[in-house]
Unconditional design. Structure first.
Length: 262
């Protein structure tokens, strides 16, 4: 088994140049399957994990203890570096984020992300100053461990319907970079020109782009735009659930069982 330090070193190196794809398993089995296909790193998906628990992809559905256990299971499932989707840090304030980030680091992750949409309902986005405090708290917590865990800061502007999502994402991500983020991420950006603008505005920081649906862009296109990391979020879990439900619905309608297996 590859040791934790080596995984973290490898994960950091992946962000130095080029573009790599980091798919998102939702359980140990899907993680192991992805590890056989040549990917160099994996990332958890809060939505995919929630679906496996019968929970909707809405803020506050997942609890800290369940998430930490899930992340630890994914870390143990393969020898690949794992980036944890750590939502808003599962805490009401920056001090709580710091404490929870320390626990996440202890699971053996190579990276983790903190987002600025609160997991307890209320406002669509955290106030910018409060969001920066959370990134700073996560940075300080990671640094206190002396580890090479990478911190990804997420601006959720596109996902929450902000009136100026690109402009606000850039403003927030620049602040998060100054607060200590190693990687930046604005899930929901899909347009080629918007992606190029985002990458240029955050240069030289690595930018993660989420591709969870067909946007007409290939990995080669994203690499040409300067994107360093590509993830797929809950896409694989949604594909799996879709196939399962189609087969189950067919069986429920008393169709021939053998036909469902073709």
């Amino acid at each position: 088994m590859t040791d934790t330090g080596a995984r973290r070193t490898d994960f950091k190196a992946l962000h130095q140049s080029g573009c790599f794809v980091m798919p998102n398993p939702w359980d140990a089995g899907s993680a192991r399957a992805l590890a056989t296909l040549g990917f160099e790193a994996l990332a958890s998906t809060s939505a995919g994990f929630g679906f496996s628990r019968g929970l909707a992809d809405v803020p506050g559905e997942l609890g800290l203890e369940a998430v930490l256990a899930h992340v630890a299971e994914l870390v143990a499932a393969t020898e690949l570096p794992l980036n944890a989707d750590f939502q808003d840090g599962y805490a009401a304030d920056a001090a709580g984020v710091a404490a929870n980030v320390l626990r996440c680091v202890e699971t053996g992750v190579a990276g983790l992300s903190i987002e600025d949409a609160p997991g307890r309902g209320g406002e669509a986005l955290l106030e910018a100053a409060a969001a920066v405090e959370r990134v700073e708290a996560a940075r300080d917590a990671i640094d206190s461990t002396g580890s090479e865990v990478l911190l990804t800061a997420r601006a959720e502007c596109f996902l929450v319907g902000h009136p100026e999502p690109l402009t606000e994402s850039i403003r927030r991500l620049q602040d998060y970079a100054e607060a200590g983020a190693d990687v930046v991420f604005a899930p929901g950006v899909r347009d080629r020109d918007d992606i190029r603008t985002l990458v240029d505005a955050l240069d030289p920081l690595p930018v993660n782009v989420l591709m969870s649906a067909d946007t007409g862009l290939t990995v080669a296109d994203l690499a040409e735009l300067g994107v360093r990391r590509v993830s797929v979020g809950s896409a694989f879990s949604r594909v799996a659930w879709g196939a399962f439900l189609r087969a189950a619905e067919g069986l429920a309608r008393r169709l021939d069982v053998l036909s469902l297996l073709n």
